[in-house]
Design a protein around this ligand. Structure first.
Ligand code: CA2
Length: 187
């Protein structure tokens, strides 16, 4: 609009218009971090196994990484299998693009969590602070690993950061693919 009240005849070049349009319609990517039972105790108990970093600190670190990459991130922890299943089930409606999950003990027991992750078909990376393969035999099997894009175990909190970075890279790759960026999000 001009000062005279008339509409300007100027039109931005097509590609500039397209960029503005996609910036408006394309929401930043959304990644969820899901922590399973007892991980709320991190930093308070068993530091020789799980380290001395609290869960709040891990989440704050991940939030910083996400912000630096222009990605939205939400972290969630529960000690309850059903709450974790509910969370996973709600991911598609929330527009979640990727999940980073440490299922903790449910790794080795939960067909329900596996079924939920399979049902929503949101790509996910499984993370373990400890190297589950160096531990008791019952920790060697995961109900989730064969569905996961990748699995990181034994690197402590760094594992979460690497998983987040891998998820971000993967989403970038999808946006830049020859088939074009993903369609705009609903809602
Ligand atoms: O290494 C991991 O991240 C685990 O997922 C942690 C689970 C364990 O059951 C898995 O086999 C491997 C246990 C999480 C318990 O976290 C605690 C933290 C501090 C103190 C006590 C437990």
């Amino acid at each position: 609009m001009l000062a005279s009240g008339k509409k300007s005849a100027y039109k931005a070049p097509y590609f500039a218009q397209l960029r503005v349009f996609s910036a408006i319609t394309k929401m930043a990517r959304l990644i969820w971090v899901i922590h399973g039972p007892n991980l709320n105790l991190l930093g308070m108990r068993e530091p020789s196994v799980y380290g001395s970093t609290s869960l709040a600190r891990i989440d704050a670190e991940l939030a910083k990484v996400a912000k630096a990459h222009g990605v939205r991130l939400d972290s969630f922890q529960s000690n309850h299998e059903g709450a974790l299943v509910d969370r996973v089930q709600s991911a598609p409606a929330a527009g979640v693009d990727y999940i980073v999950v440490n299922p903790a003990a449910y790794t080795h027991t939960s067909v329900a969590l596996r079924d939920a992750l399979a049902a929503v078909a949101v790509p996910f990376i499984e993370v373990h602070l400890s190297n589950i393969h160096r531990r008791e035999a019952f920790r060697h099997h995961s109900y989730l690993s064969d569905l996961a894009t990748g699995v990181i175990a034994g690197l402590g909190p760094i594992g979460y950061r690497l998983a987040l970075q891998a998820a971000i890279e993967s989403l970038r790759g999808a946006d830049a693919s020859p088939s074009g960026p993903r369609p705009p999000k609903k809602g």
